[in-house]
Design a protein around this ligand. Structure first.
Ligand SMILES: Cc1cc2nc3c(=O)[nH]c(=O)nc-3n(C[C@H](O)[C@H](O)[C@H](O)COP(=O)(O)OP(=O)(O)OC[C@H]3O[C@@H](n4cnc5c(N)ncnc54)[C@H](O)[C@@H]3O)c2cc1C
Length: 333
């Protein structure tokens, strides 16, 4: 079959690879260069985890994990750092009890830790006495930018043609293809003026603060939605960010601004949580969330020959390889 893939980010690069490796003729179109910094998939790291307050996401991750392992093997480079994950909140907080239930019903091994046990293991992290944590060893981080490039490379090796700096303005340009997969991220609605989805694009900032956290897990404060990473070995300092959608942002705006107020908020949060971090900001960058009203993903068929897919709402990277796989399957069935 001849399949067109619009958008070569996390989902599109995965779809191109799976289609090409299955022997199909694939042409991928990317409006910028592969690995650019104006979409949602650039940078050093994205959290991967089974721990979710919603059991269906935990279950889906059971399908995504083997795909990540296989990609890493095929690429021959480190793409997944399995450093474990720590998820904390006040005792009985619904996000945390939800995670615990989701892990339990999906038979994912985990441990519940008191604040004192956390401090004993991770002295740089301060939990209040009324807080508790879940530890899960399969969590960690995915090397996001490297993954997009690796998937694109493998797709080309298997015969895909990837056209950079090529904007698809209308699906009529792709009428010759047997199927079209649209995974255009923040631009998802532009190709469907008559079937728009209720999407809101927001600019989100990540901040690296001076300091080092080696041997630490990824972490999520499930009450405030701050989250962070251990030292990633690539960028100096320690990365953290807040998973709260900011004000709407036009993806066609040139550049992706960073704000002093976002860095200040990261410093204010770490002052009590990770007092050894800061005060210097060693790096910062912005990235786009494409949000649905309930943070779920998009996977539909606006036309019989078109699959529209977006693993979005700020938590989709870990699922992107699975979404790419499912989109490829839908295209050839
Ligand atoms: C700050 C931040 C932190 C995040 N943290 C996490 C995390 O810890 N864990 C996690 O799982 N997820 C996380 N996410 C979410 C995750 O990164 C995204 O869900 C994922 O990267 C989305 O991938 P995508 O392929 O849908 O979009 P993109 O990677 O943006 O790909 C879409 C591509 O389509 C191209 N395109 C658009 N329109 C056209 C067109 N008409 N013609 C040609 N090309 C086009 C774009 O240029 C772009 O390259 C985070 C996101 C951000 C912004």
């Amino acid at each position: 079959m001849r399949v067109a893939v619009v958008g070569i980010g996390a989902v599109g690069s995965a779809a191109c690879r799976f289609l090409a490796e299955a022997g199909h003729m694939v042409v991928g179109f990317e409006r910028f260069t592969i690995g650019h910094g104006l979409g949602s998939s650039h940078g050093e790291s994205r959290i991967i985890r089974y721990a979710y307050p919603e059991a269906h996401y935990t279950k889906l991750m059971g399908q995504a994990y083997p795909l990540w392992d296989a990609l890493e093997q095929a690429a021959g480079e480190e793409l997944f750092v399995r450093c474990g994950g720590l998820f904390f909140a006040p005792k009985e907080h619904p996000e945390l009890t939800g995670m615990q239930q989701a892990l339990a019903v999906n038979h994912v091994a985990h441990q519940c830790l008191s604040a004192a046990e956390v401090t004993e293991r991770y002295p740089a992290l301060a939990l209040a006495p009324h807080e508790v944590a879940i530890w899960q060893s399969d969590a960690g981080f995915l090397r996001a930018g490297a993954i997009v490039r690796a998937q694109a490379r493998l797709a080309e090796k298997a015969g895909a043609e990837l056209r950079e700096n090529t904007i698809i303005e209308s699906l009529t340009q792709l009428a010759d293809f047997d199927h079209v997969i649209v995974c255009a991220g923040a631009w998802a609605n532009t190709l469907f003026p008559e079937q728009p989805l209720p999407l809101t694009v927001t600019r989100q900032q990540i901040t690296y603060l001076s300091g080092e956290l080696t041997g630490y897990p990824v972490w999520i404060d499930a009450k405030s939605y701050w989250y962070g990473f251990p030292s990633d070995g690539r960028i100096s300092g320690v990365k953290l960010a807040r998973h709260i959608p900011q004000i709407p942002f036009d993806p066609d705006q040139p550049g992706r601004p960073t704000l002093q107020s976002d860095d200040d908020a990261a410093l204010a949060y770490t002052a009590t949580r990770f007092p050894s971090l800061g005060p210097e900001v060693t790096h910062h960058a912005s990235c786009l969330y494409t949000n649905t009203p309930d943070e779920s993903f998009v996977f539909d068929h606006p036309h019989p020959k078109v699959t529209r897919v977006s693993a979005c709402s700020g938590h989709g990277f870990k699922f992107s390889i699975l979404m790419g796989r499912l989109a490829a399957d839908a295209a050839i069935k």
